[in-house]
Design a binder for this molecule. Structure first.
Ligand code: UD1
Length: 314
């Protein structure tokens, strides 16, 4: 049976990729995670089908040993935050660039067939035109965006120079069950969910009019698997988004409406490195990868809220 490895597999998106692999018959999955932002409990009910390698991706030999013999690798391990990359640029750089290089190098040296890389929509920066298409010139606005972009370039170069089939997916603001709401660097929807459950007002950075293409985690995990199988896609970059965009004000209003509460948000200063608008053009991903997002924002928010309610209140 083929060996699959998910780096960052104990994290929010990675644990969803692990489940998708198991749901589609993988049988067993190897996870590389240093448990910095990941949690073993994210893999609780599938633990018997998972081998957890507690390895930091900055440790090349550890990564190589865990990856040896794998056919496909899903590289999601990262320090995934724009503001954290500004507050603490060194670990962010080391994990997101040096660690990513280690993963590709280990894949190339051990004969991995394909690696799917979690790139980021932040690579686009502020574009004049929406939606954002893969052919646009990247304009990273933060260390995180630049680091994730470097991972794409290395994916392409590992393909052209070393024959590694690397495919990059630019994730667009992924949300859903298991996103950790406990840090100031947490994704905004996880913070919204926690505020809603605790009856607190969120703080919106700026006027709340910034838009995001919020993408449900199961759709992204499904696309990772499709990208691991599609032909003719090695060395390429694809948007992994829904194709919509909503302001933060709209989303918070929707959440209040569904719960029948009124909690006017606080407004604070805009965040450094923040992108104003984000929306994916999904044409290429639909055409080449068979991308077919299943979850509307309303449905995704409902499922996500249900999960937070049962896990935060329990
Ligand atoms: C960015 C990337 C995303 C990537 C993510 C990794 C863009 C467009 N998106 O997300 O693809 O996966 O980094 O973390 O660059 N906000 C508030 N209040 C809060 C928290 C956040 O108003 O308490 C605002 C932020 O200022 C931002 C928006 O909500 O405008 C989304 O923030 P966040 O969820 O942290 O993600 P991005 O930085 O957009």
């Amino acid at each position: 049976m083929s060996k699959y490895v998910v780096t960052g597999g104990a994290g929010f998106i990675g644990s969803s990729v692990v489940r998708a692999l198991l749901d589609q018959g993988a049988g067993h999955v190897h996870v590389i995670d240093n448990l910095l932002t990941g949690y073993e409990k994210n893999l609780e009910e599938v633990a018997r089908q998972v081998t957890l390698h507690r390895v930091d991706i900055r440790d090349f030999e550890g990564v190589k040993a865990a990856i040896a013999g794998a056919e496909k690798v899903f590289h999601l391990a990262a320090i995934p935050s724009v503001p954290k990359s500004i507050d603490e640029p060194v670990p962010s750089h080391e994990v997101n660039i040096d660690g990513t290089f280690n993963v590709y190098r280990a894949c190339a040296e051990t004969g991995v067939k394909r690696v799917v890389y979690a790139a980021s929509s932040s690579a686009y920066g502020d574009t004049e035109v929406l939606p954002k298409v893969e052919t646009m010139v990247p304009q990273p606005l933060s260390p995180y965006a630049a680091q994730k972009l470097m991972g794409e370039y290395y994916a392409s170069v590992f393909h052209s120079c070393f024959g590694l089939e690397a495919v990059a997916l630019r994730f667009f603001n992924v949300y859903g069950p298991r996103q950790d709401p406990s840090s100031p660097y947490s994704g905004v929807l996880s913070i919204f969910m926690k505020c809603l459950i605790e009856g607190r007002r969120p703080t919106l950075f700026g006027d709340g009019g910034q838009t995001r293409d919020f993408t449900y985690v199961a759709d992204v995990a499904g696309l990772c698997l499709k990208a691991s199988r599609a032909s003719g896609v090695a060395g390429k970059v694809y948007n992994a988004g829904n194709g919509n965009r909503y302001t933060l004000n709209e989303v918070w209003q929707t959440l209040q409406d569904t719960q029948g509460v009124t909690l006017a948000p606080n407004y604070g200063p805009s965040r450094a490195g923040d992108v104003r608008d984000s929306q994916a053009d999904t044409t290429a991903a639909v055409r080449d990868l068979g991308h077919a997002p299943q979850y509307s924002l309303a449905e995704g928010l409902r499922l996500t809220f249900d999960w937070y309610k049962s896990s935060l209140v329990a």
